[in-house]
Write a protein that binds this ligand. Structure first.
Ligand SMILES: [Zn+2]
Length: 153
């Protein structure tokens, strides 16, 4: 075993190095315990330069929180993101496709709701055309939403 700096029991974010593994990955690899209980092996340089602060759970938490915050933000804003995410149909929907409903005259109405606004996508003779209109609008809005999320960092 070459010489290495003893960093055992120091803290690097949520990670605490326990012991050297005997492995090398350019740097000596430490077995670390994460606060969440996971054991991971991390090269010492990645601990010291702050590249690795958890077993990966920190990153997951971060993304989850951000996603939740965004969802909350958008819900406050009036957009039901859950609705965009969910593939479930509302009980009132009988057409089998969200946002597409049959009018009394037998024609098909396509609609979409985004940021509390309901957009009329037109009335169609054919069910398929209404579905198509709805799908296209959905894609567009979904992209918009993703863009906004991205924009938020
Ligand atoms: Zn962890």
């Amino acid at each position: 075993m070459a010489k290495y700096k003893d960093i055992s029991n120091q803290r690097f974010g949520k990670l605490t190095p326990i012991k050297v593994t005997g492995k090398y990955y350019k740097w000596v690899v430490w077995q670390c315990k994460c606060d969440c209980g996971n054991i991971v092996e991390v090269p010492s340089n990645r601990l010291r330069n702050g590249e690795k602060k958890s077993c990966g759970c920190l990153r997951e938490e971060y993304y989850e929180n951000r996603l939740n915050n965004n969802i909350k933000k958008y819900q406050v804003d009036g957009t039901n993101i859950a609705y965009l995410k969910s593939k479930k149909l509302s009980k009132a929907n009988k057409s089998g496709v969200r946002g597409v409903s049959q009018k009394k005259n037998g024609k098909w109405l396509a609609q979409i709701v985004f940021k509390r606004k309901s957009y009329n996508l037109g009335t169609y003779e054919k069910f398929e055309d209404a579905v198509k209109a709805r799908k296209e609008a959905e894609e567009k809005l979904h992209k918009e939403f993703l863009k906004e999320i991205k924009h938020l960092g």
